[in-house]
Design a protein around this ligand. Sequence first.
Ligand SMILES: *[C@@H]1O[C@H](CO)[C@@H](O)[C@H](O)[C@H]1NC(C)=O
Ligand SMILES: *[C@@H]1O[C@H](CO)[C@@H](O)[C@H](O)[C@H]1NC(C)=O
Ligand SMILES: *[C@@H]1O[C@H](CO)[C@@H](O)[C@H](O)[C@H]1NC(C)=O
Ligand SMILES: *[C@@H]1O[C@H](CO)[C@@H](O)[C@H](O)[C@H]1NC(C)=O
Ligand SMILES: *[C@@H]1O[C@H](CO)[C@@H](O)[C@H](O)[C@H]1NC(C)=O
Ligand SMILES: *[C@@H]1O[C@H](CO)[C@@H](O)[C@H](O)[C@H]1NC(C)=O
Ligand SMILES: *[C@@H]1O[C@H](CO)[C@@H](O)[C@H](O)[C@H]1NC(C)=O
Ligand SMILES: *[C@@H]1O[C@H](CO)[C@@H](O)[C@H](O)[C@H]1NC(C)=O
Ligand SMILES: [Zn+2]
Length: 907
Amino acid sequence: RMRLLGQLFWLLLLAIVPLILAVYEDYRLPSALKPQHYDLRILTHLNELRFEGLVRIHLLARESTRNITLHVKDLKIDEERTMVSSFQEENCVTSIETHDLYEFYTLHLCRQLDKGKVYQLEMHFGASLNSSDSGYYNSSYTDAKTKHVHNLAVTQFSPTFARQAFPCFDEPSWKATFNVTLGYHTNYTGLSNMPIVGCREHETLDHYIWCQHETLLRTSTYLVAYAVHDLPNRTTAADKQTPHNKVTFRNWMQPDLLDKEMQSLEMAPKLIAIFEELFQLNFPLAKIDQFVVPTHRFTAMENWGLVTYNQFNLAINPHDDLQAKKDSNAFTAGHEYAHQWFGNMVTMKWWNDLWLKEGPSTYFSYLAMDALQPKLKKGEAMIAEDLGNFFAKDSFGSMTAISKEVRDPGQILGQFSDYVYQKGSLMIRMLHKVLGEDAFLQGIRSFLKQHALANVVQADLWESMQKAAQQGKVIPADFNLSKAMDTWTLQGGYPLVTLIRDYKTGTVALNQTRFYRGKETEGNSTCWWIPLSFVRQGLPDFEKTIPQASLECPAKTQEVLTLPDPPSAQEWLLVNPQVSSIFRVNYDEHNWCLIKQSLKGDAKFGGIHKLNRAQLIDDMMALASVRMQSYDWAFDVLEYLRKETEDLPWKRALALLNELGALLSGQDKNDFKVYMQHLISPLYKRFSKLEIIAKTRPATEEISFQRFAYTQACHYHVDDCVEQAKALVISRQELPSDFRELVYCSFLREGGEVEFQLVLGLFKNATNDAQQLIWASALGCSRDFNHFKEFLDLTLGSKEKAVKNCFLAAVKTALSGDYLTSQTTNHILSHAKVIGEKFKKKELTSLLLRLVGQVKDSKVLEELNDQLKDIKPFKKPLKEALDLASINQQWQEDCAGDFSRALRKHI
Ligand SMILES: *[C@@H]1O[C@H](CO)[C@@H](O)[C@H](O)[C@H]1NC(C)=O
Ligand SMILES: *[C@@H]1O[C@H](CO)[C@@H](O)[C@H](O)[C@H]1NC(C)=O
Ligand SMILES: *[C@@H]1O[C@H](CO)[C@@H](O)[C@H](O)[C@H]1NC(C)=O
Ligand SMILES: *[C@@H]1O[C@H](CO)[C@@H](O)[C@H](O)[C@H]1NC(C)=O
Ligand SMILES: *[C@@H]1O[C@H](CO)[C@@H](O)[C@H](O)[C@H]1NC(C)=O
Ligand SMILES: *[C@@H]1O[C@H](CO)[C@@H](O)[C@H](O)[C@H]1NC(C)=O
Ligand SMILES: *[C@@H]1O[C@H](CO)[C@@H](O)[C@H](O)[C@H]1NC(C)=O
Ligand SMILES: *[C@@H]1O[C@H](CO)[C@@H](O)[C@H](O)[C@H]1NC(C)=O
Ligand SMILES: [Zn+2]
């Protein structure tokens, strides 16, 4: 009977499913109609926080059909006034159907729309302006002088929110031209992607005007933008070196920000000039408005000609903002302007290939930063950081491809992850390094030129690159770049290459396998196309990144290569200079030995590039964690750090060591501290005393490394770091912002109630968000949970975003410290529901990762799971955190012993 019922069930299902499928091809619009042009009029009533609109869409019938389906969400449609016509004759609507899940709105028509003809659909609609930070939404600011609240309205359409502002074909491939006309009270200013053609009085409303904007080039709906507001503006002088174009720049922000120096906004003209030169393609619009929005869903948005920035993320307090925040502002500006080409001009067909705009925008922003601020080397530093994150994260079995199928709005939003941005950027970098500057730029330029104002899939990029590479004779004529690159973008993970040298014949044997930490995903053996570029000790040219050979996919079990310029048996051989491609390498023991000798014995580290030095450390520690090398061996190599002068290897090494250190307890923890002191001491000694740093603020390019070194040194009580810090606090010296947290952290860690109250007083007295955040982070270093708890309650209870953020900052410091970790963990668990409501998924994820990063007891993990598993906002963050936890647990079972023994040997 069971079986019979089962069959019935399936029969029913089979009968129903095709019916549904016949009507909608889930979440994707039918392709019978193609929008060509939108005439959009929006009348904004800011005093009533609502808007009404009229859209006329010109539709080309690609197939004959009797229905029109488009996107609508949360809009009130005036059905009486909906009209369909063919310019010659009227059509009419027989019935209307909505489908909330798919956010579809379907009109059934009296007469068929004929294939090949153009029709006009006219719809009237309206909605309230609420503060959802999506669609056409309301934001506001309080005038510092008058204390009046000023409302404004602005759009955030990416990725799927245009449908909340007007009925539209809200998929990136349906590009159309747009005539935007905005109506508003004359107290306000209206902005859209394009400049204004002209304004006239509203036909009935007093003091209201209609302003028509020039036609916007063929654009996807997610890039259309407008705003109605009363913000003042200031101009940015166009860059004199902008040769091709006379773009006008205006910046809009609330009055009390007008006189603040905002370096990243000032960079805009230079960035446009850099990219015009780099891409050999002019920015096509006449003006760019930079609009600082008090509340914003993201950090910034690249709308064509109307770039919006989240005010909260902007560094506006030059004396109190951290250098890292200023750097990230510069990066953001670079990223949004690179988008004007990658995304705005050339757009992915669908969100599965989001990386096609985010990857290049991220990477080219790094290049632009180094071009504009060469001394800071921030682009390079960010690439190094991305590499570190990538190698750690993409070793989880759960990581999936960056180009993957997404359908519903939730999945689409999920694509906007650090992982997609970082790996996407590393893909573009790989093409750059592997094809070389000339072929790479040639390929990028022809890709942009060929697909300008159109849509692409990743194969289009590969094709442009393949052509350029073949013309430049960088790759063999029969090489299939598309197939090769797909191995990186259509699957998660990355390979470990094992390289065994034959010291008699001079040949090398190589193979590849996916590198996992933790559980492997079962089933398929995976492989990659791996470009191989070799460097030998006698000729350490790390600029030679164009490959001499490659590993293929499907993979041979072993590839044996005869190198054109083989190293002698006394020289090391290194593969992958500058970590151009993203794979790990394990060498045979003798080669490792040779590398180690160079690192330890040579003042210039044998000429090994700093990115490779960082990667050698990373690979060594990773191999030890899967027991392919011993920690004894890894620690032996780490000794070389005592001579290391560059920040990139230091930052990677200490990040990795700190992660493991957090998992130790008892004697092991003490040993670890002693070891870290021994390791860091020479680095610490190289920098000036804190007192001198406090008096003479270090040069901008030195801040990041010095702050890092001092933070680590004081954390591990290296030499007189803590004493120096305490003396500074007692002398009440004003400190540069980047050094305040670490100084006060040391002060608090050694202190009691008096010290806590002093810093709490500073927190309460703080005159801006940046100051507040610094004191909040420092408070996490205190030893006394009773007082700390009060602080946590105070900040978590706040409605102000800046204050809530102080909660996160303080909690994160506490979780990385020695004293309050378990109490803070309990506090988080007991307030989980509130925390889940208050913070974004990204914030929750980083909080939980920090939390599990120091958990030594599996009971805590069980409790974590119990407490959080039913709280919806924690669903994904929890999964990520438990992934990490299981890897850490495995490490504790398999490796902790080896690690501790090695530690003891090296102290
Ligand atoms: C719209 O018309 C097409 C034929 O052109 C048909 O296949 C489809 O099912 C119709 N959609 C709806 C929602 O009725
Ligand atoms: C904004 O309005 C939409 C639709 O009416 C609603 O779903 C959403 O919850 C509102 N958001 C806020 C923050 O009020
Ligand atoms: C426009 O500004 C005037 C003067 O500032 C003010 O009195 C009036 O209420 C404003 N009207 C609207 C609709 O904002
Ligand atoms: C769009 O606006 C331009 C003027 O800016 C006008 O010439 C053009 O006819 C308009 N397009 C449509 C379809 O109304
Ligand atoms: C923008 O700034 C300029 C120069 O300060 C000023 O003349 C102009 O009126 C401002 N525009 C608006 C709409 O505020
Ligand atoms: C790769 O080669 C190494 C050394 O010869 C060997 O130990 C390892 O098993 C090989 N791995 C694979 C996946 O063939
Ligand atoms: C193995 O590969 C096939 C085909 O590429 C795919 O359909 C399947 O889901 C993969 N299995 C696993 C466990 O990844
Ligand atoms: C905070 O400000 C008050 C009043 O200006 C001052 O008396 C107090 O000393 C300040 N507290 C700290 C810790 O600076
Ligand atoms: Zn972006």
